[in-house]
Ligand binder design. Structure first.
Ligand code: NAD
Ligand code: AKB
Length: 315
């Protein structure tokens, strides 16, 4: 049987994407992998293996033994953590991607998915409706690794025909797992604080606008891109992708509609500098034109959905 391997499956994106892949292809075709045995309990619907993707010998053995034909490579160090451990972030983000691309080439895999980020943009990028093609001078190690990764993806497609596909996600907001060291993660954390009845200390300024997306839209975009005919996928670096854009003040006001006594204070830290280097909003017209992308969720719909469902969710 041909298998689909998800690397970094226990994180924010992987927790939801792996479930969708299992629903579509069947749990017996999906192998969820992550660093720790403790993640196993999340994946009672599919196969789970402990795998550090930096252990390339073990990863290659798994790929061969299980006849892996598609890889979703999600493991990475995100922006805020990357600034604290720059060389570690660079090594993990780059070595793991190059390894996955090499495996796809060597074993003639069908498809590879690897996420990029709005972090590829930098302070000299146009901030409003950031175009697909424009100046990119990222000044975080995470952004530099995503930009280099995009070039490698395009290279492997052009030189070796590896069918690799990628999206520049905005900040992703899901409630089914806890955030993992990103700059946009305040917008995940805030909902947990509302429901815990706590005041929220926001590490960004109240007017700091960033592109964001509710997780169901991110899953839809990922699967739509991966299921699109190869000839429709005209961009092999990574597609701009937009859902909504909002500031901490906007999300606070959206929450107030449901929890009028909720309180927030603003204590910007080093992550403000990262946010300031990223776009306010991005132009995703290429994704719309090439494979029909259209988001479903705006800010208030997302807030309503999270506040209704998060209390019933156990971690
Ligand atoms: P996350 O930090 O929540 O999850 C990453 C997972 O990778 C974790 O479960 C972690 O244990 C695992 N991992 C880390 N090192 C590993 C290793 N050496 N071997 C195997 N697994 C390892 O991140 P996420 O938010 O789910 O992001 C997934 C991907 O999407 C990343 O590539 C990230 O850059 C990208 N992305 C995320 C966002 C976002 O807002 N969450 C936005 C843009 C791009
Ligand atoms: C981060 O903030 O690092 C991520 C991202 C936008 O890539 N959420």
């Amino acid at each position: 049987m041909e298998k689909i391997l998800v690397i970094g499956a226990a994180g924010q994106l992987g927790s939801e994407l792996t479930k969708s892949l299992s629903d579509i292809y069947g749990g017996d075709r999906v192998i969820a992998t992550d660093l720790n045995e403790s993640a196993r309990s999340k994946f009672d619907y599919c196969q789970f293996e402990v795998l550090d993707i930096m252990d390339q010998a073990k990863a290659k053995e798994l790929i061969q033994k299980e006849n892996v034909k598609q890889v979703y490579h999600l493991a990475a160090v995100l922006s805020a953590t990357g600034e604290q451990k720059p060389l570690f972030a660079w090594n993990l983000n780059m070595d793991s991607l190059l390894f996955v691309l090499e495996m796809a080439r060597e074993f003639k895999m069908e498809k590879v998915y690897w996420p990029s980020s709005i972090a590829v943009f930098g302070p000299n990028t146009p901030k409003i409706n950031t175009p697909q093609y424009c100046v990119k001078e990222p000044n975080t190690v995470y952004g530099i690794s995503k930009q280099a990764g995009e070039r490698w993806c395009e290279y492997y497609f052009q030189k070796y025909g590896v069918d690799v596909r990628s999206l520049r996600y905005p900040g992703l907001i899901g409630y089914k797992s806890l955030p993992g060291g990103g700059t946009t993660d305040y917008a995940v954390d805030i909902y947990h604080k509302v429901l815990a009845g706590e005041k929220f200390s926001c590490f960004l300024r109240e007017d700091s606008s960033l592109p964001m997306m509710y997780m169901p839209d991110a899953i839809k975009a990922t699967l739509d891109l991966m299921h699109a005919p190869a000839e429709s996928v005209k961009i092999r670096s990574s597609y701009n992708l937009a859902g909504m854009s909002f500031t901490p003040k906007d999300i606070y006001e959206s929450i107030l509609k449901y929890h009028p006594s909720f309180e927030i204070e603003y204590n910007p830290d080093f992550r403000q500098g990262i946010a300031d280097s990223w776009p306010d909003s991005v132009d995703d017209s290429c994704a719309r034109a090439d494979w029909g992308w259209k988001p479903d969720f705006g800010l208030d719909e997302m807030t309503k959905d999270i506040l209704e469902n998060l209390p019933n969710y156990s971690f």
